[in-house]
Structure formats: structure tokens, C-alpha cells
Design a protein around this ligand. Structure first.
Ligand code: C2O
Ligand code: CU
Ligand code: CU
Length: 577
């Protein structure tokens, strides 16, 4: 009897505690997308309007669903009265299409990136990236998901019905002032929300459900788990699926990181399950732990007291309801083939340090440097040859963990302080949390896109740090000089005009070698993505005509590049269908 009474009291308590149905962003799919950045108001608290910023609405933005291989055309119109940018976090696009701090969109202007989706199926996101204002624009509400699909993923038995058994969840914490306006920047972020819903409740079917988790917070790290340490399965990291589902009870997500997980609710109909952050398990030195610095002397203004630092708290809850038609009921055994780059393939190792500007009690509120310098829009920190394979060895010499992020590429982690990373970190990544005094090495290849002018960024994804200069930039340059014209054409090699041009559906590239040479012919689209390799072998002296069949390609300008030994030349041609 007594047990029943206690049960009732608990039941009533949790019933009185108000739950809000999880907001699920609308989707946009196809190949042309219109995004309008705008001001809005949003009711985080019943009856109170908070000023916000959003994409195609008051806050957050639609989920963009893209297919690998599609050529997408995006129009981003800035209806704010502030300049901003939109960056496709995690996607492999040219620097000009990347939406970094140099690619600004002035008020009432429209920016029109167009690119081929080259990424593997995964969960990416878009957010503003204006230098010194990224935190403001993101915290006020601009952020959206990008789901890339591909044939490999489509062939797997995974949940993929958006909003039915496949849910995007952006986890954020924010600070509100007495008028319930969002405070930026702030270390007092105690309000937890998922898809901007406080105390969110989601009904899920009693089957395998897929969650695409994104930490969209400015600074806070989450240690995601289910109540009662219920198992879940990680299937993807930032840039793609893992080789097989990993059985886990915790998944750490730093700002900017994504993780796709499966939860098997098959035998849980009627139950309530909580998604939590087990922040009590964080060692000091992680934003979210009891102390954000490794040493208790190091404090952040406003960080304490904060009821969620160093404690376990709910992110949201699931109510398990009846299953859908054609439910996925099992966790697959295998996913995709993951082929990490080999350390021996690296052309170069870059040593990078993360340091505070000054030590002392206030260090965590200070500025941080990368290689002893603060970000300068006019300084290119690295010039990277196209197709370089590089190891970046990053040492955190500061007392707080930093989520390091790089644009353009996905990387593989070689080691953390010399130890191979946990399986969860063995897939493709674009953000990695580097603990205080730790060294992380990753390997990546800078492929496909070169641009002498527009740089890509690397930075700390704690937006307060990024805005205050914890960022650097690199350009990727083509090693062979492939400017137009015959000037580089030596006597040993002769390239004549291709014919016909314009063409449909095929044309031929004519060249002659006066002596044998390793010869390569690559075709690029106008944005610099390689669409074909026609020749890649040693050829004897002689005259050649190599046919380029474009019957599967869309109308437009293409560039062919021919390399013979050390000599390279490139030309434009036009496909008109
Ligand atoms: Cu998510 Cu450089 O950004
Ligand atoms: Cu990014
Ligand atoms: Cu940082």
C-alpha cells in the first residue's frame, strides 16, 4: 500500500511538470533551395515572446534533404539588418561556396552557392559564420540540419522516415534575462532545449528509431545517454556512417559534433524513456563539468552557480507508442566500409598549439590563440597544395577542452595522446574535443577544390572562443600551374584544341607526346569537382585523341586538365544539351 502511495505521488509530480511536444523542423528537398534569414519572435515560455532569428521562420530553419551527386542551387536571402554568412558545416564544397567569414551576405542581398553534393550520407548543419558575430547569430536561433542521402545508406535497413522513425535533434542550452530575451555571450546557460523545445516530449513508435543528434550549443559539451543506462547504438559520426553499430551507454558531443544513434524501443510500448546528459561524469576542464577548467582556481564568469554544471539532467523524453507500418525491428550488424587514410600516406605533419593569451585566475575568460596568433582576416595561416595528405597534430596547452573544427575536409583521428581513439571516433569527423594538455593527431586529404583567393577556416567551435579569434585560415592551391593557354606547353608535349566545342554528347581531346610521359587527363565541372578521369597511365610518344563522353552530365562548362610528366594545361569546353 505504501509503495502504491509513493508511486502515485511520483506519478502526479511528473504529470504536473509541463511537457511540450517536440518541434520537428519542416523539410526542403530537391535541388533548389530558398532560404530567408529573418527576425522573429518565439514563445520559449508560455505567453512570453522572445526576440529570435531564424531561416524561413522565427527560429532554427528547415532541414535540407540532399542526395549525393546532385547539383544543388541555394539562394540565401538576408532579410536581417545585419550582415551575416551561412556555412554548410561538414560539407565538402569549394571555398567560395563554403560560407565562411569572407563570404558575407549584406542586408537584403541574396547569396547563391551552387555545388555538387560530394559527401557521403550523413547529418550536417548550416549556421551563420560572420567573424565576431557567429555566437550572436547562432544563439539567437539560426541553425538548421542538412541530411545527405546516398545509395549505400539507402541499401541498409535503417529507419529513414523523417519525423516518423528518423528524427533530427539539435541540443542547445541558452541563457535568458529577466525579460526572457536571449543573452549572448553568456556562461550562465542553464536552459536546456531540444529543437528549441523546453521539456520536450516526443512520441516514438515501439521499434528501432534513429536520432540525428547535433550539439548546437555555443559552448556546452553533452554526455548523452538514456535513463537507467539503457543501451543505444551509434551508427554515424560527423561525416558518415560507421562500419558497424556500436553498442553504447554514453556518447559525448561537443559543440558542432553530430552523432547518429539507433534506439530499440521494440518492447517498450507505453514506457517513458529519458534522453539525458550525464555531466556529473565529466572531468573538470570540460565546459559542462563542475568546473570548466582543470584547476578549481579557474572559473568562468557566470558559470557557477548553474544547476546543470556537473550534474545529470534530462534533455528530453520519449513516450513509446504503437509501431508504424513496416517498422524496422532489428539493429543491423554491419553498415559501411570505412577506409581510413594511412599515416604513411601523409605528405606533411603540421604541429598546432592551442594556448591561452595569459595564464592566471581569469584564463578561461580570456582569449585563446592557435599557434600563438589570433585570427586575422587578412592573414592566410597555411597554404596547402591540392591533393596533399596531411597529419595535423594539435596540442591543447590550455586548462579547458576545445572542440577543434576544420572546414573543407572530414578527417580520421590517428590518436589521442598516442592512443588509438575509441570506436566512436574512428569514423569520419570534422569536430574533435581536445582535452586540456592533450595532443590529438588526425589525418586528412585536401582534395577537389583549389582557390588562390578564398580561404577555408579551422577554429574552436566554442563560439565565444571562435568569435574572439581562436580561428585560422588556409587556402588550397593547385600545384601544377594550369592557367589557360599554351605557355607551359613544352616541345615534348603538344595540346591542340579539343573538338567539337561546344559539344553534345561527346568531344575529343587531341594531344601529342614527343617522348613517353606519364599522362593524366581529368575533367572538372565549373566548380572544380572532378567528374571524370580519362587517362591515368604512361603513354608512348605519339598522337592521341581521347574521347570524353558527357551523355550522363548536365549542360554547362567543363574544364579538362591534361598533365604529361611535369607539364600541365587546361581548357574550357561547353556541353549544350
Ligand atoms: Cu560549424 Cu566553421 O563552423
Ligand atoms: Cu564548418
Ligand atoms: Cu576553445
Amino acid at each position: 500500500m505504501r509503495q502504491i502511495i509513493i508511486f502515485l505521488i511520483f506519478g502526479i509530480t511528473s504529470f504536473v511538470y509541463s511537457q511540450n511536444n517536440l518541434i520537428i523542423p519542416d523539410t526542403l528537398s530537391g535541388t533548389s533551395f530558398n532560404l530567408n534569414l529573418q527576425y522573429g519572435t518565439f514563445e520559449f515560455y508560455p505567453g512570453v515572446q522572445t526576440n529570435t532569428m531564424g531561416t524561413n521562420g522565427d527560429i532554427l530553419g528547415p532541414t535540407l534533404i540532399m542526395n549525393k551527386g546532385d547539383f544543388v542551387d541555394i539562394k540565401v536571402t538576408n532579410q536581417l539588418d545585419d550582415t551575416t554568412t551561412i556555412h554548410w558545416h561538414g560539407m565538402h564544397v569549394s571555398a567560395a561556396n563554403d560560407g565562411g567569414p569572407h563570404t558575407t551576405i549584406a542586408p537584403s542581398e541574396t547569396w547563391n552557392p551552387r555545388f555538387t553534393v560530394l559527401d557521403k550520407a550523413s547529418t550536417f548543419w548550416y549556421h551563420p559564420h560572420l567573424h565576431e558575430k557567429t555566437n550572436l547569430h547562432v544563439s539567437k536561433g539560426i541553425a538548421g540540419f542538412i541530411i545527405v542521402r546516398d545509395e549505400v545508406e539507402a541499401a541498409l535497413e535503417l529507419p529513414r522516415k523523417y519525423g516518423v522513425d528518423d528524427f533530427p535533434l539539435v541540443i542547445q542550452t541558452k541563457t535568458f534575462d529577466a525579460d526572457k530575451e536571449i543573452v549572448v555571450p553568456s556562461n550562465s546557460d542553464s536552459v536546456v532545449m531540444v529543437n528549441v523545445t523546453l521539456d520536450a516530449l516526443l512520441e516514438v513508435p515501439a521499434q528501432v528509431v534513429r536520432l540525428r543528434l547535433l550539439n548546437g550549443s555555443s559552448q556546452r559539451v553533452f554526455n548523452v545517454g538514456l535513463n537507467n543506462n539503457k543501451l543505444f547504438y551509434q551508427i554515424g559520426s560527423d561525416g558518415g556512417l560507421l562500419s558497424k553499430p556500436l553498442e553504447l551507454t554514453r556518447l559525448q558531443l561537443a559543440p558542432g559534433e553530430r552523432g547518429e544513434i539507433l534506439i530499440d524501443f521494440s518492447s517498450a510500448e507505453g514506457e517513458t524513456v529519458y534522453l539525458m546528459s550525464y555531466a556529473s561524469e565529466f572531468p573538470n576542464g570540460i565546459y559542462g563539468a563542475t568546473n570548466p577548467g582543470v584547476n578549481t582556481m579557474q572559473t568562468l564568469n557566470g558559470y557557477s552557480p548553474n544547476p546543470i554544471n556537473g550534474t545529470d539532467f534530462n534533455l528530453m523524453q520519449f513516450k513509446v507508442v504503437s509501431e508504424t507500418v513496416n517498422p524496422v525491428k532489428t539493429i543491423p550488424t554491419n553498415l559501411v566500409t570505412v577506409t581510413p587514410l594511412n599515416e604513411s600516406d601523409a605528405d606533411i605533419t603540421r604541429d598546432i598549439t592551442l594556448t591561452p593569451v595569459s595564464m592566471g585566475a581569469n584564463v578561461l575568460n580570456g582569449d585563446f590563440l592557435i599557434n600563438n596568433v589570433s585570427f586575422d582576416m587578412d592573414v592566410i595561416n597555411y597554404t596547402i597544395p591540392l591533393n596533399n595528405t596531411e597529419i595535423w597534430s594539435i596540442t591543447n596547452q590550455s586548462p579547458i577542452a576545445h572542440p577543434f573544427h576544420i572546414h573543407d575536409v572530414q578527417f580520421y583521428i590517428l590518436d589521442r595522446d598516442g592512443t588509438i581513439p575509441p570506436p566512436s571516433e574512428q569514423g569520419l569527423k570534422d569536430v574533435i574535443l581536445i582535452n586540456p594538455m592533450e595532443t590529438i593527431r588526425f589525418i586528412t586529404k585536401f582534395e577537389d577544390f583549389a582557390d588562390d583567393e578564398v580561404p577555408y577556416m579551422y577554429h574552436c567551435h566554442m563560439l565565444t572562443h571562435e568569435d574572439r579569434g581562436m580561428m585560422g585560415q588556409f587556402i588550397v592551391v593547385s600545384t601544377t600551374d594550369v592557367k589557360n593557354g599554351e605557355s607551359e606547353t613544352p616541345e615534348k608535349f603538344e595540346l591542340s584544341q579539343n573538338y567539337p566545342n561546344p559539344f553534345n554528347p561527346s568531344t575529343a581531346i587531341k594531344f601529342s607526346l614527343k617522348e613517353s610521359a606519364f599522362t593524366k587527363i581529368q575533367i572538372f565541372d565549373i566548380l572544380g569537382s572532378e567528374v571524370a578521369t580519362l587517362v591515368n597511365e604512361k603513354r608512348n610518344a605519339g598522337y592521341y585523341e581521347v574521347v570524353f563522353d558527357a551523355s550522363n552530365l548536365v549542360s554547362g562548362t567543363y574544364i579538362y586538365r591534361i598533365i604529361a610528366s611535369d607539364f600541365a594545361s587546361s581548357k574550357k569546353m561547353t556541353l549544350i544539351k
